[in-house]
Ligand binder design. Structure first.
Ligand code: C5P
Length: 281
């Protein structure tokens, strides 16, 4: 039998986009990292990690691969932290440095994929980045500390989302540096989000505290938010440190129509819904 007919096993691990539906900055540690209180969800739209047996290496593919900066390095660092050997392919579908997980989601997907190949998860995934622990969970969760405290939520309603990025990469430290006020109240108590109107009412009492500083760096974010609202989003907000914004719409059709209109601005825009949690490890 020619060996070419033996299939190479491949582990495919989605790296869903991380969305901060609400993000309050509640303080700052002595080392300069900020304390956060955030409600985080994950969307179908995302990157993809493929792992094949072999020595550690990384290949890049996908529409945003040419824009990669340090995400590629973070995937390799994740594999080294887990002590794993694999031939990694990163399919970069999402804009980079854009507030939706990026390198952290990719690194977390590498860790989950290596776990499926028999490597233990590292005890300290936050060493790779503050968002890596929540991206490892990849399900609706409240995130606190600088990102190391993750409490998954039992039930969460479906969401019809549009993600929009105006084509500007914003380095996260620059946004935190522009933050004027950082001792804000924590999130209000979390209700049972499956109750009708619980989520809209709760979100109305929350913010993304990084939105104002990001706007000083990239004023076009205001145009994106206004366009989402004009297209009928019941909530339009920036995610993480930006510049990606999300709109929440009443149904999938309204989201599709809005995304088509936003693409005409020359921005990146996709419709998406919440991703299911990863298969158990
Ligand atoms: O941990 P990560 O590499 O994702 O963070 C990038 C930068 O964002 C940090 O160096 C820090 O300046 C800032 N940051 C912060 N507080 C957090 C997360 C990130 O100040 N909770």
């Amino acid at each position: 039998m020619p060996s070419a007919l033996v299939p190479v096993p491949v582990v495919v691990e989605p790296a869903p986009a991380k969305l901060n539906l609400a993000l309050h900055v509640t303080g700052r540690r002595d080392d300069g990292y900020h304390l956060l209180d955030s409600l985080v969800v994950f969307a179908w739209a995302g990157d993809e990690i493929q792992l094949r047996p072999g020595p550690l290496s990384l290949h890049l593919d996908g529409p945003f691969a040419p824009a990669l900066t340090d995400e590629d390095n973070l995937c390799l660092r994740a594999a080294r932290l887990a002590g794993g050997q694999a031939d990694i392919t990163l399919i970069k579908n999402l804009p980079v440095a854009s507030g939706i997980g990026g390198g952290s989601a990719d690194a977390a997907a590498v860790l989950r994929g290596l776990a499926r190949m028999g490597h233990a998860l590292p005890a300290d995934p936050q060493r790779l980045g503050a968002d890596v622990p929540v991206c490892l969970a990849s399900r609706p969760a409240r995130m606190r500390g600088i990102g190391e405290w993750v409490e998954p939520l039992a039930d969460f309603p479906p969401l019809h989302l549009v993600l929009v990025n105006p084509g500007i990469a914003i380095p996260t430290p620059q946004v935190f540096a522009a933050l004027a006020w950082r001792d804000n109240a924590p999130l209000p108590p979390l209700p049972d989000f499956t109750r009708a109107d619980a989520l809209p009412d709760w979100l109305a009492a929350t913010r993304n505290d990084l939105q104002a500083p990001a706007l000083t760096i990239a004023p076009v974010i205001a145009d994106v938010l206004a366009a989402l609202t004009a297209q009928g989003a019941w909530l339009a907000r920036m995610s993480g440190s930006g510049a990606t914004c999300f709109g929440i719409f009443a149904d999938a059709r309204a989201a599709d129509i809005a995304a088509a209109a936003l693409l005409r601005h020359g921005w990146w825009a996709v419709t998406t819904e919440l991703a299911p949690p990863p298969a158990p490890l």
